[in-house]
Design a binder for this molecule. Structure first.
Ligand SMILES: NC(=O)c1ccc[n+]([C@@H]2O[C@H](COP(=O)([O-])OP(=O)(O)OC[C@H]3O[C@@H](n4cnc5c(N)ncnc54)[C@H](OP(=O)(O)O)[C@@H]3O)[C@@H](O)[C@H]2O)c1
Length: 212
């Protein structure tokens, strides 16, 4: 499976490197491929290019751009290049306004997530929320004394969620499948919760686990 990672930030780089490590063919997309020269030098198996070329290349896409640029990045990727493809959505709708007492502010509200907005605009893509609720240092094969952490996922396509669950198995996660896209209303704010100990006490080395 060929993976196209939209985004040149730390999340894009970490996930792209993780997919390469697990044997996938990977291309990273950005508006300015120069930004990825160092990554390309360190990862000779990986390709880099624009958003559109990356989406054309990919069988499965990872969306790893800032939340307020998510729709623009997907438009630049080209609607036709998203058709019938899984889009793993790692974004969070973080607003520009500063956090309040360590709590990030979002530009969405509790009854409408960013992923639902994206799914409505890009109807032919199969969005699956994942990787948004943990810091990038723990996205690929995290090691915690408390065992495997839990990644909460959701999306409207059952088969797409199964495919992403398989990827999360390889990436060392236990998956909690929360069903349809509306569940992103609950999963996106997990990033707020994850960041609070960091903002208040500079503690950034944790992940969520669902006990049953
Ligand atoms: N940092 C973390 O540990 C973490 C953890 C979980 C989830 N997340 C989420 O993951 C996403 C990526 O985070 P990040 O920290 O790696 O990077 P970021 O700084 O949030 O985003 C960088 C990316 O956004 C793109 N971008 C910015 N403005 C754009 C525009 N107007 N049009 C198109 N693209 C635009 C940039 O494109 P260019 O490449 O063209 O500059 C770049 O690829 C965010 O939504 C974040 O909330 C982050």
């Amino acid at each position: 499976m060929k993976i196209g990672v939209l985004g040149s930030g730390i999340v894009g780089k970490v996930l792209a490197t993780g997919f390469l490590k697990h044997g996938y063919k990977v291309m990273m997309g950005t508006r300015s491929p120069d930004k990825l020269k160092e990554w390309a030098g360190q990862n000779p198996g990986g390709r880099t290019g624009g958003f559109n070329a990356t989406a054309q290349f990919a069988d499965l896409l990872v969306l790893a751009v800032s939340g307020n640029a998510a729709a623009d990045a997907l438009r630049a990727a080209g609607t036709a290049n998203l058709a019938a493809k899984i889009v793993i959505d790692a974004t969070n709708p973080i607003a520009e306004a500063p956090p309040v007492n360590g709590v990030l502010r979002y530009f969405t509200d509790i009854n409408e997530s960013l992923m639902e907005r994206l799914q409505r605009e890009f109807t032919s893509a199969k969005f699956v929320k994942a990787f948004n609720s943990v810091g990038n240092a723990f996205m690929v094969n995290p090691q915690f004394k408390g065992g495997k952490p839990t990644m909460f996922i959701c999306g409207n396509d059952d088969a797409a969620r199964k495919t992403v669950t398989g990827i999360l198995d390889q990436f060392g996660w236990e998956t909690a499948d929360m069903g349809m896209a509306e569940a992103a209303r609950a999963i996106e704010p997990l990033c707020m919760l994850w960041c609070i100990p960091g903002m208040l006490r500079n503690e950034w080395t944790h992940a969520f686990k669902l006990l049953t």
